[in-house]
Design a protein around this ligand. Structure first.
Ligand code: G3H
Ligand code: 13P
Ligand code: ZN
Length: 307
């Protein structure tokens, strides 16, 4: 299929209460792992490139890889710019053919976030491209965090309504207690479900969960066995993630789990076969490991068979 526009996939997910997996990629092996897994599960999928990924691989390289692989399979594939902050880099992604972009102005005051988001929405919509924006600060919820502190960092549902109507954004990433990376929580993983449900009830739009990686213990243990240092790593449990989908999440971002699976597999090959110098023998097992991660993640979201 040709690359699909973001809102076409996420509107359906929002209406039918399931979530689409969104996976970060920088290279061919990761992209192949994501698309093979999604295709085998007959699930729509979003492949996303951060600004760092665009700088590393080039926007047109990323677009052409996705186009080449997507045209060989029959599931909807969306190409999304993750955490776009730089205006000219967002324009580069739009010109290259990305079908969804995120404008992340969440670190600015509310009015400035609205201004920057609306500017991108106006341009992207004129090109037929969907837009994601973020409200609140991504930060894990710990027992020690007071209600006042929570209100200061997490999304304000009333503000979300104003934000959506003033910007015309297509989907919204609410800060509800997750954070990026491998060290999300000191205690148990948790999300502010009530706040999330309120945002869904008031906006009725597709919602996005950032910092959603599960950081599975078995993969962390394997990486550590072969020398990685990940003491204290903790992610969002599968149960918490599924509850977040029930509460209205429709796009689930995963990067860290793919990274950990990659280093665990590469470290294993290099430790067991120190004479190996063929990159295909080193990166191939990483691709297989990432594919397993993607299948597991999609399996949690309810999008299997929804292509
Ligand atoms: O949200 C951040 C993603 O994990 C991308 O990370 O900016 O290092 O590519 P990156
Ligand atoms: P993780 O670090 O939990 O994988 O989150 C990725 C993400 O939100 C990308 O935007
Ligand atoms: Zn993110």
């Amino acid at each position: 299929m040709p690359i699909t526009v973001g809102i076409d996939v996420l509107q359906k997910a929002s209406e039918k209460n399931y979530a689409v997996g969104a996976f970060n990629f920088n290279n061919m092996e990761t992209l192949q792992a994501i698309l093979e897994a999604a295709s085998e599960l007959d699930a729509p999928v979003i492949v996303e490139a951060s600004e760092g990924a665009v700088k590393y691989a080039g926007a047109s390289m990323l677009f052409n890889m996705v186009q080449a692989l997507a045209s060989q399979i029959s599931i909807p594939v969306v190409l999304h710019l993750d955490h776009g902050k730089d205006f000219s880099l967002i324009m580069t992604a739009l010109r290259a053919g990305f079908t969804s972009v995120m404008i992340d102005a969440s670190s600015f005051p509310f009015e400035e976030n609205i201004r920057q988001t609306k500017r991108i929405v106006d341009i992207a919509h004129a090109m037929g491209v969907s837009v994601e924006a973020e409200l609140g600060t991504l930060k894990g919820i710990e027992d020690s965090v007071s209600v006042d502190e929570r209100n200061a960092t997490l999304i304000n549902p009333q503000q979300a309504v104003t934000f959506v109507s003033e910007t015309g954004v297509d989907y919204l990433a609410p800060a509800v207690g997750t954070s990026h990376g491998a060290f999300k929580y000191k205690g148990e993983s948790r999300i502010d479900y009530e706040r999330l449900k309120e945002v869904k009830k008031l906006t009725k739009m597709p919602l996005v969960l950032h910092g959603a990686s599960g950081v599975p213990e078995s993969i962390v243990e394997k990486a550590e066995r072969f020398g990685a240092q990940l003491k204290g790593a903790k992610g969002v449990s599968d149960e918490v993630l599924q509850e977040a989908v029930t509460c209205g999440i429709n796009k689930v971002n995963t990067d860290t789990d793919l990274r950990i699976a990659t280093v665990a597999a590469i470290r294993e090959v290099l430790a067991n076969h120190p004479q190996e110098i063929d990159p295909r023998k080193i990166l191939g097992p990483a691709r297989t490991a990432m594919k397993e991660v993607v299948k597991h993640r999609i399996g949690l979201l309810g999008s299997t068979g929804k292509a």
